[in-house]
Design a protein around this ligand. Structure first.
Ligand code: MRU
Length: 364
């Protein structure tokens, strides 16, 4: 009998060449239903990113690389200038889907640089290059997460209790996740971690996605409400916090899912190491500090109505619903990248660990 596919057997994002479509798991339906969506138009791709049907910084980048390739494929001209004009229009449109995760802009700029470097190539050849690169961005995401797993695991010890917030798991990347990569690798090597997943109000990425994927992988995972972390820390049950991020500023300040900075403050109080797992594509040296990061504000209904049979707040009440917050670099023990772990004076540390081809992408 054929084994039933589990959530980790599905690709978070994929390119369907035959149907010219971006294929994603609709993450808004998890964990109840695993439904694949085939997105063909730019509007469908934009909406899927906006509605968090595909989400998590690296996965958004992977989806954007495929999305802009699909847009380029549809452009009907042999003229380079006309091609670039239409390409840029599609790029600006996709870039407007969400403002905080820098991987969206990183992926679009990465694809655009190739186009700008090929003014003497035929449009057909440029499309071929973009097709190749859309696959390469995703393959690179997988290798990057593997290396974050290796670099992160060196900082952890068998039997530790590890707290995570939101979903920086496989569902937020092409595979393995960022914050979850050391957990998955540890599981293979018998580390017997006890993972604690914050439910992550208001959209419940921790409950619906992190708990789902780690539980499916047979890990020891315990779900808690966001206001319960201090109680666990007080009891000595947490030895490390691992989170992902949406953008790392040049000074090491980190934007991640709302609530992350509260966890970092708690970790500092209880002297628990607080690590941020960040692919280099999430590091934005052109953003000087966390105060310069645009924080996405989302609809009030996500707080007041979304998970309830009846609205649970008075109609018309004012709602504060930022999707992200900024964790001060002083609260961060280390930023785990695929190239090593940055710490201390982050400005200098990034220059030390990041290779020239990464540093070259920044103006400063
Ligand atoms: O709003 P989301 O679900 O896209 O937010 C995701 C997060 O905050 C993740 O922690 C972050 O993108 C890192 S994913 C490896």
């Amino acid at each position: 009998m054929e084994k039933k596919m589990g959530i980790l057997d599905y690709e978070t994002v994929a390119l369907d060449d035959e149907n010219s479509a971006l294929v994603i798991i609709d993450q808004t339906l998890l964990p109840g239903e695993i439904k694949l969506l085939k997105l063909k138009t730019q509007k469908e791709i934009w909406t899927a990113i906006r509605k968090l049907q595909v989400r998590g910084a690296p996965a958004i980048g992977d989806a954007a690389a495929i999305g802009i390739y699909l847009a380029a494929k549809e452009i009907q001209t042999d003229n380079y200038e006309e091609f670039v004009a239409q390409f840029n229009k599609a790029k600006d449109y996709l870039a407007s889907a969400r403002p905080t995760a820098v991987n969206l802009f990183w992926a679009l700029d990465h694809m655009a640089r190739l186009v700008y470097q090929l003014p003497n190539s035929s449009v057909e050849d440029i499309k071929r290059v973009l097709r190749y690169e859309a696959g390469a961005v995703k393959a690179d995401d997988i290798r990057t997460c593997q290396r974050i797993g290796e670099n992160g695991l060196k900082l952890l010890q068998p039997g530790w209790g590890i707290l995570t917030h939101c979903n920086a798991g496989q569902l937020a990347t092409a595979k393995y996740g960022t914050a979850t990569a050391p957990m998955y690798l540890g599981q293979q090597q018998g580390y017997n971690f006890k993972i604690y997943a914050d439910e992550t109000r208001p959209l419940l990425q921790g409950a619906r996605l992190t708990a789902f994927e780690l539980y499916s992988a047979g890990m020891d995972v315990t779900l808690l409400c966001d206001n319960m972390a201090a109680s666990l820390m007080q009891q000595g049950k947490i030895q490390a916090v691992l989170v992902g991020c949406d953008r790392v500023a040049a000074n090491g300040d980190v934007a991640n899912k709302i609530g992350t900075s509260a966890v970092a403050i708690l970790a500092k109080h209880y002297k628990i190491p607080f690590y941020v797992c960040a692919p280099s594509s999430t590091i934005d040296l052109d953003t000087p500090t966390g105060a310069d990061i645009v924080i996405e504000q989302r609809a009030p209904e996500e707080v007041t109505a979304m998970w309830y049979k009846e609205p649970m707040a008075p109609a018309g009440v004012k709602v504060y619903n930022p999707a992200f917050d900024v964790t001060d670099h002083k609260l961060i023990t280390g930023i785990i990248t695929e190239y090593g772990v940055a710490s201390g004076y982050y400005k200098r540390s990034f220059r030390k660990i990041l290779p020239p081809h990464v540093l070259d992408n920044f103006s400063k």
